[in-house]
Design a protein around this ligand. Structure first.
Ligand SMILES: C[S@@+](CC[C@H](N)C(=O)[O-])C[C@H]1O[C@@H](n2cnc3c(N)ncnc32)[C@H](O)[C@@H]1O
Length: 300
């Protein structure tokens, strides 16, 4: 069920039960190496997820993907990080190729050690070493906005989808569905990110942990209080309300992800829809639930 590689790996690294196939990464390509290195560190710090966390958050991302689109089929997880969503789909998929250019693949080897239907490769979206039109489902969650040319990267992913197959993407939204206060809070936090992502690694991790306590937890507390009072609709308007039922570990992880990453871009729903159309996708469906925006398209 594995796909044939279209290039030879430079080396094969044995990591416990898993092999990691490491491919050439072109530094001048569509990749930001500082960001990739930052993710390598992030995912080696947050390298384990419980079955419950994976199932709970995975359901949020895959709410618009019906099981039959990947059950028993061939899947590619582009920018897999620790491989948590690779693991999520591997429960039902035939075979999953997990791919990431960062040292996160070493954490993935640990998380996915027992999954026989997963292979891990260290490669960039720029040079995906698989034939075009070879996967029933390709997904890329929280990845393409960290790449200099997002649309070009999306095209590379869609090339690998079989005609009639599907592509699932999650890209940071530009708060196009939010009000002025929400946007202001975001712009202030973005200024913080621009400073924090430049800090030395240890200090960056410490500052992000402090922000998890000072920024995320108060919003989580307000959201929980509103929900306790039965004000569900109002609670969904609170920034970071998505974290109300998440563990503190997930919150720390996401704080480092958000404030520690040098390159991030944001898109409106319309921009994402246009990009997907330009990449040859149709039947485009957006989830109306967080995380915003995640969308599914079908290849012609
Ligand atoms: C926020 S993490 C998301 C990881 C995983 N999809 C998840 O949601 O847990 C972004 C990932 O994109 C990867 N990435 C960055 N540049 C990339 C590129 N050019 N090609 C493929 N992946 C890339 C990073 O190494 C990182 O693991």
């Amino acid at each position: 069920m594995e796909n044939n590689f279209t290039a030879s790996p430079l080396k094969i690294i044995e990591k416990g039960e898993k092999k990691i196939y490491s491919f050439n990464i072109e530094p001048q390509g569509n990749i930001d190496l500082t960001t990739v290195s930052s993710f390598g560190e992030e995912w080696q710090k947050f390298d384990s997820f419980s079955e419950k966390e994976i199932a709970q958050i995975g359901d949020d991302y895959f709410d618009i993907v019906s099981d039959e689109l990947y059950a028993g089929k061939s899947v590619l997880d582009m920018g897999c990080g620790t491989g948590r969503w690779t693991k999520y789909v591997a429960r039902k998929a035939g075979f999953v190729e997990a791919m990431d250019p960062s040292d996160a693949v070493f954490s993935a080897a640990y998380l996915l050690a027992e999954n026989k239907n997963i292979r891990i490769s260290k490669a960039s979206v720029d040079q995906i070493p698989f034939p075009d039109n070879s996967f029933d489902l390709v997904f890329s969650l929280g990845v393409l906005h960290h790449i200099p040319d997002t649309e070009a990267a999306m095209k590379k992913c869609v090339y690998k989808v079989k005609p009639g197959g599907h592509f699932l993407v999650y890209l940071y939204y530009n708060l196009d569905n939010r009000g002025a206060v929400f946007k202001l809070i975001f712009h202030l936090s973005n200024l913080l990110r621009r400073c924090i992502c430049r800090l030395p690694s240890l200090l960056k991790k410490l500052v992000c942990d402090i922000l998890a306590i000072l920024i995320y937890l108060p919003f989580v507390a307000v959201t929980r209080l509103l929900r306790f009072l039965g004000l569900e609709k109002l609670s969904s308007k609170v920034p970071l309300s998505w974290y109300a039922d998440k563990t503190f570990r997930v919150i720390r992880n996401d704080s480092l992800d958000r404030f520690g990453t040098p390159l991030e871009q944001r898109f409106s729903r319309k921009q994402i829809s246009d990009m997907m159309t330009n990449c040859g996708l149709y039947n485009i469906v957006f989830s109306d639930k967080e995380p915003f925006w995640h969308a599914l398209g079908q290849k012609r």
